[in-house]
Design a protein around this ligand. Structure first.
Ligand SMILES: CC(C)(COP(=O)(O)OP(=O)(O)OC[C@H]1O[C@@H](n2cnc3c(N)ncnc32)[C@H](O)[C@@H]1OP(=O)(O)O)[C@@H](O)C(=O)NCCC(=O)NCCS
Length: 159
């Protein structure tokens, strides 16, 4: 997939083992958890600009449910639709796996994910499988809010 709104060529593609170091660096720079990135992911997609890894979004699969996690784009490459494309890649992958609902936890980006069709919901209402995930139970602070969206309905991007 090639994003069009940029004068330097950008691609998104599935993760490869050689990407892990750059993904860890990107997540650490954004103070997002790196735990589980090496083992707990069902799928992940990265964005590249001229061979440099500049974005990531990942899927954890818990029972019937999906957890969108580790969505980050390097500051110099923001505002060009990369996180939206990466998040949609994850949603499509989730739908292909038979997952109906995608959940996420975020401290600062609820407004962003609302634009991708996610809705806020009480943390206590999360399905048990999601509540048992390390992201939910240990890694994300209690101040992180929970959001939910259908995996099968494409994002309605609102401005
Ligand atoms: C949130 C983030 C992933 C967005 O990446 P991106 O590639 O710039 O996103 P897109 O290009 O798809 O969308 C950009 C638009 O979203 C808006 N946006 C970005 N962050 C936002 C936020 N926290 N709340 C509301 N809107 C936000 C931008 O202003 C921009 O708006 P515009 O299109 O009207 O100019 C990126 O800012 C980031 O990595 N943040 C730090 C990590 C983080 O918080 N991750 C989410 C938790 S898992």
């Amino acid at each position: 997939m090639v994003a069009q709104r940029y004068d330097r060529p950008m691609i998104t593609r599935p993760i490869a083992p050689a990407d892990l170091e750059a993904i860890h660096a990107l997540l650490r720079a954004e103070e997002l958890p790196v735990e589980g990135v090496n083992g707990a992911l069902a799928a992940a997609f990265v964005a590249e600009v001229e061979g440099e890894l500049v974005g990531v979004a990942a899927l954890e699969h818990h029972g019937e449910h999906g957890l969108l996690r580790s969505v980050a784009v390097a500051p110099a490459h923001r505002g060009r639709g990369l996180a939206r494309e990466l998040s949609e890649n994850v949603a499509e992958e989730a739908a292909a796996r038979g997952i109906e609902a995608l959940y996420l936890l975020t401290e600062d980006a609820a407004g962003y994910f609302q634009r991708l069709g996610f809705e806020l919901m009480p943390r206590d209402d999360a399905p048990e499988a999601i509540q048992s995930s390390a992201e939910f139970a240990e890694l994300c602070p209690d101040t992180a809010v929970l959001m939910r969206r259908s995996a099968t309905v494409p994002a309605r991007v609102t401005r």
